[in-house]
Design a protein around this ligand. Structure first.
Ligand code: 6R9
Length: 617
């Protein structure tokens, strides 16, 4: 495989651009780079849905399974072939058309891991209607702000989602969001649990009713030929301010980038059964459950539930039944299985597994070894893949069969990716800020509605270099080791959450005077959120106050952002110029040494907080 790395990047991406994707009009120019803006495959016209669905059917692969869908309730399953996927996508597309969706209509999708989720995304792509998928764990406020920011006119949701045998009322949350974001004209509701929902006449329609008499013939529902740079979707992600950023991904470069990396990193073979156990609501799911695997025409598993329902061997039962050959998941999930013990995996025959992947946060060597030993029978390579919502595709990763794998290292940059580590002066060093130096096909095209923020966030610290926000070390062999975020972004169970976003949610509670948030290491979730809170009027904290604040953060952002610890303190440690000393709070939370405290305005505050932190829940 090392031959892959030796290729000229432009030749490589030209060839992959032709090989991975079918074009309605071929591209004439590989790339235009007008820093910090890149365009790829200029002049080309294509459709992502056509490439993910129709062409496979036209090529005679209609009977191949696209998704083995596993519902959370045991036995609730569906083998969706490419032909059946095509019928369902056409049906969804025609239903959206009836509701006035066409090229350029923005659509928000708030669904759990049901087959209609990829189907709705593909229907949007077929029409040239950009989508934004909002993870089902986000709150009404978070959903509303995304709908508003993108200007979505249509929302697709479901009655309720299954979660560990209970139901989560997605439509009720969507109702609240639509009340706060009145731009939504139509809401399509997929029936899943048949639980109670309220429908607003004129706005809300049941999908099964609206689609009842809709044509399923692809011949009458052509895929729109779209410009290579047509907006495919926005994915909102946390930055270093309270407002999430709408990361812009366009059609051709994104599709070629994810299909190419998916093919090489996961060493696809004709018999590959691939399972990425992420949620489609995150970039990992977009790139490596939907667009990459479908573009490559592979068979994937799509699972609705959690790893421990009804028992802790659920994943391994799925692997065994479908003969999964490639499994791609996050370190936090691996550590959870590790905590439960290897006996659950041992109940099943996992001998089909050939390759294991990891993504989302640094994987500690213990988890890496456990994964390889207990899931990979001690022989499957583990590829640790580094990338971001912004990069769209895997950027740094070992390639299977290309040399020794080092537990904890993400290996080397992918073909055509130039990565470096810089010190604060911008000089290359062995251990520093990870930057990317050359445009790649799936790179973000900007932040929706905020070009200045795009420049400020990624391109101003080191002009000409894309700033990842991560720290990394490069060893003597040129292998990369990721060291975590260097900015105010936390990583909890592989989910990106900004400290400022959580602080704003806390301060929004009427009882809170001031709040500071940081992360501490956590053996299972990687990081856990610690909040230091000063209540108004000198009030002391109480267990009720803790519950209230946790609920408030869940309402403002979602349960994923709820602090693990809340430390009430009469004062926050500040510099003489009034800045909160976050580093100090991080040190306290991590029970590390406190370092330099000489700039503190009132040193006694620290001891007080330390004592309270030790006693916090
Ligand atoms: C794909 C995804 C991106 C941030 C990234 C980094 C962390 C992702 C990693 C990793 C170490 C890996 N990250 N993969 N850190 N090793 N293999 O996760 O996107 O949600 O945008 O998060 O996640 O800190 O900057 P996203």
């Amino acid at each position: 495989m090392s031959a892959l790395w030796d290729q000229d990047p432009d030749e490589f991406w030209t060839r992959e651009g032709r090989a991975r994707v079918d074009w309605f009009t071929p591209f004439h120019t590989l790339r235009e780079w007008d820093p910090p803006y890149a365009k790829w495959y200029l002049g080309g016209r294509l459709n992502a849905c056509y490439n993910c669905v129709d062409r496979h059917v036209e090529a005679g692969h209609g009977e191949r399974v696209a998704y083995h869908w596993e519902g959370e309730p045991v036995g609730d399953r569906l083998a969706l072939t490419y032909a059946e996927l095509q019928r369902r996508v056409v049906r969804f597309t025609n239903t959206l058309k009836k509701l006035g969706v066409g090229r350029g209509t923005n659509v928000a999708i708030y669904l759990g891991m049901v087959p209609e989720l990829p189907i709705a995304m593909l229907a949007c792509a077929r029409l040239g209607a950009p989508h934004t998928v909002v993870f089902g764990g986000f709150s009404a406020d978070a959903l509303a702000s995304r709908i508003d920011d993108m200007g979505c006119q249509v929302l697709v949701t479901q009655d309720e989602a299954w979660r560990r045998g209970r139901t989560v009322p997605l439509k009720a949350v969507a109702d609240k969001a639509m009340a706060a974001a009145p731009g939504v004209r139509r809401c399509v509701v997929v029936r899943r649990t048949d639980g109670p929902v309220s429908m607003t006449p004129g706005r809300d329609v049941w999908y099964h009713e609206a689609s009842a008499h809709v044509d399923e013939d692809p011949a009458n529902c052509p895929c729109e030929p779209l410009d290579a740079e047509a907006l495919l979707f926005l994915m909102y992600t946390s930055g270093t301010t309270a407002k999430p950023k709408g990361i812009v991904h366009t059609t051709a470069g994104y599709l070629v980038g994810v299909a190419t990396t998916h093919r090489y990193v996961f060493d696809l073979q004709p018999d590959t059964v691939y399972w990425c156990a992420a949620d489609i609501g995150w970039i990992t799911g977009h790139s490596y459950i939907v667009y990459g695997p479908l573009c490559n025409g592979v068979t994937s598993v799509l699972y609705e539930g959690t790893p421990d329902f009804p028992d802790r061997d659920r994943w391994w039962d799925i692997v065994e039944r479908h003969g999964v050959t490639v499994l791609y998941t996050a370190p936090t999930a691996i550590r959870t299985h590790m905590k439960w013990g290897p006996e659950f995996a041992a109940r099943h025959d996992l001998s089909s597994i050939r390759l294991l992947g990891s993504v989302g946060e640094p994987i500690n060597p213990e988890a890496w070894s456990w994964y390889r030993t207990h899931i990979g029978a001690g022989r499957a390579p583990v590829v640790d893949t580094w990338w971001q919502t912004e990069t769209g595709m895997i950027m740094i990763s070992p390639l299977p069969g290309s040399g020794t794998l080092k537990p904890g290292s993400v290996g080397r940059p992918f073909v055509g990716v130039e990565a470096a580590t810089l010190d604060s002066q911008g000089r290359p060093v062995a251990n520093g800020q990870l930057v990317l130096d050359r445009p790649w096909p799936a790179m973000l095209r900007g932040i929706h509605g905020d070009p200045q923020r795009y420049v400020d966030t990624y391109w101003s610290k080191y002009p000409g270099h894309y700033l990842t926000g991560d720290g990394a070390r490069i060893d003597e062999d040129g292998d990369f080791w990721l060291l975590g975020r260097l900015d105010d972004v936390m990583n909890v169970s592989g989910h990106r959450i900004s400290t400022i976003e959580v602080e704003s949610a806390l301060v929004d509670d009427r009882s809170v005077a001031e709040a500071a948030v940081c992360a501490r290491p956590d053996p299972r979730t990687g990081q856990a959120i610690v909040a230091y809170v000063t209540l108004k009027g000198g009030r002391e904290g109480s267990p009720d106050a803790v519950d209230e604040l946790r609920q408030h953060v869940a309402d403002k952002i979602g349960k994923l952002a709820v602090p693990a610890n809340i430390v009430f303190t009469p004062e926050l440690p500040k510099t003489r110029s009034g800045k909160i000393m976050r580093r100090l709070l991080r040190d306290i939370a991590s029970e590390g040494s406190l370092g330099d405290t000489t700039t503190l305005a009132d040193p006694s505050v620290v001891e007080e907080i330390r004592a309270r932190a030790a006693a916090s829940v």
